[in-house]
Design a protein around this ligand. Structure first.
Ligand code: TRP
Length: 348
C-alpha cells in the first residue's frame, strides 16, 4: 500500500470515529416505585439522548438484591420499571431496554474488577456508609462491592456517557479509577466513561422533608409522587407538602419546601423559576400547591396512559427486553473476550 493511500485511510478512520455515535449507559434499581424525582431527574433526560447516541437502558435488578427483596414483589417491580421506561419515552427502536440479569457478563466482569479494586476505596463510598447504617442487620459483601458491579455495567459496553444523579458521582469516579488501573496494566481495554449530571434544578426533594432527596423507597408514601399515582392522589400529596410559615411563593434560603415546589413546577412545565414565581407571587400556598399538582398531573398523564396500554400487551414488552438483551449480550461478550484474553485465561 502506498504511503498516500495509507494516510487517506487513516483520515477516513478518524472521520468515522468522529461521526460514530457515542455509547450511553444508565439504569435505575427496581426498588420502591418509580417516582417523580426519578422521572424528572433521570428518565426524562434520557429520552432526547436516544437520537444522537447508542443507548443502553437497564433495569439493574442485580443491584437491588443488596437489600432483601420479596421475590414476588421484585418480579412484578422489575417488569413495571421496564414497562415504565418505555411509557416514559424510551424507544425500543432506538435503544436497548433490558434487565441486567439477562446479560451474565455484568456479573462476570464484576468479579474480575473486584480483583482490581481496593477495600479502602470501597469503604470510602458514602452510599455504602449510609446503607450499612440503615441496614445494620444485613451488611453483606454485595453492598460493599456494589460500586464494582456498577463499574462493570458501564465498562462492559465501552460507554462514553453515563447520565446519573449527583448522588452517583462518587460511583462514577471509582469506575474511572478501576478502568484506568486495568488499562494501565493491560493496555487500552476500557473506554473511560464520563458522568452527565443534570443541572441543580433537576434534583427533586421529598414533599415531607424537603431537605432530603425524593426517594422511591421512602416509607412514607406522602413524601413522593409515584409516576403512576392517580390525579386525586397527586393532589392530596401536594396539598400535604411541607412548606413554611412565611407565606410567600418565592425562591429563597430556608424555604426548602417552596423551593422544591417551584422547581417541580418549573421542570414539569418548562417555565423558568423566575417567571413562575412572578406569576404566582400573589397566590397563597394552598392555591400554589394546586397549580403545581395540576402541572404534575398533566405531565404524568401520558406516561400513565401509555403504561396501561403496554400492560395490555405483555408479549410486546417481552419482545423488547429479550431482543435488547440479545444485542447487549453480543456487545458485552466482545469486551469480556478481550478482558479474559488480556488477563491470561484460555479461550474456550
Ligand atoms: N447505582 C445507581 C443508583 O442507585 C444505579 C446504577 C447501577 C447505575 N448501575 C448503573 C446507574 C450504571 C448508571 C450506570 O442510582
Amino acid at each position: 500500500m502506498s504511503e498516500n493511500k495509507e494516510a487517506d485511510l487513516t483520515a477516513a478512520n478518524t472521520e468515522n470515529k468522529a461521526a460514530k455515535k457515542k455509547r450511553v449507559f444508565s439504569g435505575v434499581q427496581p426498588t420502591g416505585r418509580l417516582v417523580l424525582g426519578n422521572y424528572l431527574g433521570a428518565v426524562k433526560n434520557w429520552v432526547p439522548m436516544q437520537d444522537e447516541n447508542e443507548c443502553c437502558f437497564c433495569v439493574v435488578d442485580q443491584h437491588s438484591i443488596t437489600v432483601r427483596q420479596d421475590p414476588k414483589e421484585l418480579r412484578q417491580r422489575c417488569l413495571d420499571f421496564l414497562t415504565l421506561y418505555i411509557a416514559c419515552g424510551l424507544d425500543p427502536d432506538k435503544s436497548l431496554i433490558y434487565f441486567q440479569s439477562h446479560v451474565p457478563a455484568h456479573a462476570q466482569l464484576a468479579w474480575v474488577l473486584n480483583c482490581y479494586t481496593y477495600m479502602g476505596e470501597l469503604s470510602r463510598m458514602t452510599q455504602f456508609k449510609e446503607k450499612s447504617l440503615k441496614h445494620q442487620d444485613n451488611i453483606n459483601a454485595g453492598l460493599f462491592t456494589y460500586p464494582v458491579l456498577m463499574a462493570a455495567d458501564i465498562l462492559l459496553y465501552q460507554t462514553d456517557l453515563v447520565p446519573v444523579g449527583i448522588d452517583q458521582k462518587q460511583h462514577l469516579e471509582i469506575a474511572q479509577i478501576i478502568a484506568k488501573r486495568f488499562n494501565g496494566a493491560y493496555g487500552d481495554v476500557f473506554r473511560i466513561p464520563e458522568a452527565i449530571i443534570p443541572k441543580v434544578g433537576a434534583k427533586i426533594m421529598s414533599l415531607q422533608d424537603p431537605t432530603s432527596k425524593m426517594s422511591k423507597s421512602d416509607v412514607n408514601p406522602k413524601a413522593y409522587i409515584a409516576v403512576l399515582d392517580e390525579p386525586d392522589t397527586i393532589i392530596k400529596k401536594m396539598k400535604s407538602a411541607v412548606t413554611d410559615s412565611d407565606g410567600k411563593v418565592e425562591y429563597g434560603d430556608g424555604k426548602d419546601g417552596i423551593n422544591n415546589l417551584l422547581t417541580i413546577y418549573s421542570v414539569a412545565t418548562g417555565e423558568s423559576i423566575e417567571s413562575t414565581q412572578a406569576r404566582f407571587a400573589n397566590l397563597g400556598y394552598g392555591d400554589f400547591k394546586m397549580q403545581v399538582a395540576e402541572a404534575v398531573v398533566e405531565l404524568l398523564r401520558p406516561v400513565r396512559e401509555k403504561y396501561y396500554d403496554l400492560k395490555k400487551n405483555e408479549d410486546y414488552v417481552k419482545s423488547v427486553y429479550t431482543k435488547s438483551a440479545d444485542v447487549a449480550n453480543k456487545i458485552a461478550g466482545r469486551t469480556m473476550d478481550k478482558v479474559y484474553k488480556k488477563i491470561g485465561f484460555i479461550a474456550r
